[in-house]
Design a binder for this molecule. Structure first.
Ligand code: HEM
Length: 139
């Protein structure tokens, strides 16, 4: 794993490590008020970013485009703003950060939709690749 897929995975691992520590602290203190922020750190920061990383690993050509770097930047900044934003909103400290973070997080998914669409021809079905290799060997 290298390039943008590595960075998506590395960032996702950092987010889930923080998310797990946060979960342990919540469980230990019995204070679950910020559970929604913890959940988003884990589900957007870990699950979603790791899925992006797997995609770029499976379709390396998609990760070579500048759009993939923009996607990474928007997705990571989105989580960095969304999670404290939710914590602030839940605590009654204002919703602005949560709004900005959620729009960036949505933008990251829309960018990913463009990446996936642009890379549709770069995806090779394994069975088709095997047939092609077989034809090349027999030629
Ligand atoms: C060391 C690991 C973790 C610990 C100790 C932990 C702990 C907790 C605790 C104490 C709560 C609050 C439960 C409640 O109020 O009823 C919670 C909620 C939650 N956690 Fe975790 N968690 C961990 C990892 C994860 C991971 C990896 C994910 C997702 C991939 C996750 C997703 C959620 C979700 C969706 C909720 C519900 C939030 C809500 O009801 O608003 N957690 N967790």
């Amino acid at each position: 794993m290298r390039g943008i897929s590595f960075w998506f995975f590395m960032t996702a691992v950092i987010y889930v490590t923080l998310g797990m520590i946060w979960g342990i602290v919540m469980a230990a203190t019995g204070d679950h008020r910020l559970a929604a922020a913890h959940a988003h750190l884990n589900l957007v920061g870990w699950v979603t970013l790791a899925l992006f990383g797997i995609y770029y690993h499976l379709v390396p050509r998609a990760g070579e485009h500048l759009l993939a770097k923009l996607h990474f930047a928007v997705a990571t900044v989105g989580v960095v703003l969304l999670v404290p934003g939710i914590a602030m909103a839940v605590s009654g400290a204002g919703e602005l950060l949560a709004k900005v973070g959620s729009v960036l997080t949505l933008a990251s998914m829309l960018l990913f939709a463009v990446v996936v669409f642009r890379s549709r021809k770069a995806v090779e079905v394994p069975e088709r690749a095997m047939v092609r290799q077989g034809l090349e060997q027999s030629a």
